[in-house]
Write a protein that binds this ligand. Structure first.
Ligand code: IMP
Length: 429
C-alpha cells in the first residue's frame, strides 16, 4: 500500500507538476489517469523551464516508467512535439520508459474544431482550453471514440474516421456553417501518429498489476483540480473528466486497494482560469498583485488566471472527496509582501452560514465569503527549505490553515525550483 495519488484541491494550476517531479524520485512508475493536453505542468529543472501537457513529469527522472493511462484523451500531435522536445534536451533516451494504454482515446481534428465552434457560439461560455477535450470525452461515452488500439489497425481507423465524419461534418456544415473535414486528409495525416504510437502502446493495466505484485512504487498523477471535476465541480464550468482521486482506478486499471496515500495540492491562495463561480475572487488591486507576484498566467493558454484569497470552504469539501491524507501548500512565497492575509472560513448565503459549498452552481455568486484576517509576515520565504526558518507569522498562517481545514500540511513549496521545498512528511515513507 505504498502507492501515492496526487490531486488538485482547487480549480487546477495548483503546482502538481513540481510535486510530482519531486515525488517521482521515490516512485518506480508514474501514471497519468485523466485529462489531456488541457493540462500544463510546469517544472523548472537546472534553471530550465519544461512544460508538459501529456507525459507525466516523472519522465525527467532516468529509469522511471511513465504511463499515459486509459482515462486520458491523447492529442497525438502534442505528444509527438513533447517527445521531440524532451529528446532534444536529453530525456527519454530509453523509449521503453514511456507507455501508452491502447485503450486511451485519441483527440481528432474535429474534436478541437467542435470545441472551438461550440465555445464561440455559446452564450454562457465555459472558457475551455480549445484542446478538444469535451468532444473527445463525449465520443468516448457515446461509443464513437477512436482509441490508440483502433488507430494501430489501419482499416479499423479508416472506417471509424469515415463513420465519425458523417455526423461531425453534418454538424459542422449545417449547424456551425463551417468547413467540413475530408476523411482522406485526416487518415493520411494520422499515419505518422500510428508509427509513433506503435512504439509506446502497451497493455498498461497489465503492467500496473505486475508492478503491484512486485511491490514497485507507483505515483498517480492527477490533472486539473477538484472543482473542475465533471461531477463534483462547479458544473457546467468544469472539464469533461473526473479529476478526483476516485478516477485514479478507472483511469488506469489499478485497483482501489492499491493507493494508500492521497496528497492534495493547493495554493496558499486561490486561482481559477476560464469562466465559472469563484467566491473569493479579488477583482481589485490585491488580485492583480497576487497575479503579478505569482506569475498567474495559464501554462497551456497563457490566459491571466483569476486570483483570490484561500477558500477553506471548497478545500474542506475537496479533502473529504479525495480522501486526502496530507496537504501540500504551494506558493507560500507569493504572500510574502502582504500585511494582512485573508482566509474564507464559511459562506454567508442569505441569513444562513455554509461551511460546505452550495449544491447549485447558481448559488455560488450569491455566497458572500466570511473572512478571517491573519497577520502577514512581510519577509522573504522564497527558497526556504526548512520549516524552522519560516517567519513566525508564516508558520502561524500554515497552522491556522491546518486547523480550519482539518488536515496536516506535509509539504510546503517556497518557489518554483525543486529545491525550494519543505518536506515535513514524505508520502512514500
Ligand atoms: P477544457 O478542459 O478545455 O474543456 O476546459 C474546461 C474548463 O476547465 C475551462 O474553464 C478551463 O480553463 C479549465 N481547465 C482545463 N484544464 C485546466 C488546467 O489544467 N488548469 C486549469 N484550468 C483548466
Amino acid at each position: 500500500m505504498s502507492n501515492v495519488g496526487v490531486v488538485g484541491i482547487q480549480w487546477g494550476d495548483e503546482g502538481k507538476g513540481k510535486i510530482i517531479d519531486i515525488l517521482s524520485e521515490y516512485a518506480d512508475v508514474i501514471v497519468r489517469f485523466q485529462g489531456g493536453a488541457n493540462a500544463g505542468h510546469t517544472i523548472v529543472v537546472g534553471g530550465k523551464k519544461v512544460i508538459l501537457h501529456l507525459i507525466p513529469s516523472g519522465i525527467l527522472h532516468e529509469k522511471k516508467y511513465c504511463i499515459i493511462g486509459n482515462g486520458v484523451v491523447l492529442d497525438p500531435g502534442i505528444l509527438e512535439q513533447e517527445i521531440n522536445d524532451l529528446k532534444s534536451i536529453g530525456y527519454i533516451k530509453d523509449d521503453k520508459r514511456l507507455m501508452i494504454s491502447g485503450l486511451t482515446h485519441i483527440i481528432m481534428p474535429y474534436h478541437k474544431k467542435l470545441d472551438m465552434l461550440r465555445e464561440s457560439k455559446k452564450k454562457n461560455k465555459i472558457g475551455t482550453t480549445g484542446r478538444g477535450i469535451g468532444p473527445a470525452y463525449e465520443d468516448k461515452v457515446s461509443r464513437m471514440g477512436i482509441r490508440v488500439i483502433d488507430l494501430l489497425d489501419k482499416k479499423m481507423f479508416s472506417d471509424m474516421v469515415k463513420e465519425n465524419l458523417e455526423i461531425k461534418n453534418f454538424i459542422i456544415k449545417k449547424y456551425y456553417k463551417d468547413q467540413p473535414f475530408k476523411a482522406r486528409e485526416i487518415i493520411k495525416s494520422y499515419e505518422v501518429y500510428r508509427k509513433l504510437l506503435k512504439k509506446y502502446t502497451t497493455d498498461t493495466t497489465q503492467f500496473i498489476h505486475k508492478c503491484q505484485q512486485e511491490g514497485k512504487k507507483m505515483l498517480f498523477e492527477g490533472a486539473q483540480g477538484t472543482y473542475l471535476d465533471v461531477d463534483h465541480g462547479t458544473y457546467p464550468f468544469v472539464t469533461s473528466s473526473n479529476t478526483v482521486s476516485g478516477n485514479i482506478f478507472s483511469g488506469s486499471g489499478a485497483p482501489p486497494t492499491s493507493v494508500g496515500y492521497i496528497l492534495g495540492i493547493c495554493k496558499a491562495y486561490t486561482t481559477r482560469v476560464g469562466e465559472g463561480p469563484f467566491p473569493t475572487e479579488l477583482s481589485d488591486e490585491t488580485g492583480e498583485r497576487i497575479r503579478k507576484i505569482g506569475g498567474e498566467y495559464g501554462a497551456t493558454t497563457n490566459r491571466p488566471r483569476r486570483c483570490g484569497w484561500f477558500d477553506a470552504v471548497i478545500v474542506r469539501r475537496a479533502l473529504k472527496l479525495n480522501g486526502v491524507k496530507g496537504l501540500c501548500m504551494m506558493k507560500l512565497d507569493v504572500l510574502d509582501e502582504f500585511d494582512k492575509i485573508r482566509v474564507c472560513t464559511k459562506y454567508k448565503l442569505g441569513n444562513r452560514f455554509l461551511t460546505d459549498p452550495p449544491m447549485a452552481t447558481t448559488s455560488y455568486p450569491k455566497c458572500e465569503p466570511v473572512y478571517e484576517d491573519i497577520d502577514g509576515w512581510n519577509s522573504p520565504t522564497r527558497g526556504i527549505t526548512s520549516y524552522g526558518d519560516l517567519p513566525l507569522n508564516a508558520r502561524k498562517y500554515l497552522k491556522r490553515l491546518e486547523e480550519i481545514v482539518g488536515v496536516n500540511i506535509d509539504i510546503i513549496s517556497t518557489g518554483p525550483e525543486r529545491e525550494s521545498t519543505i518536506v515535513l512528511k514524505n508520502p512514500f515513507e
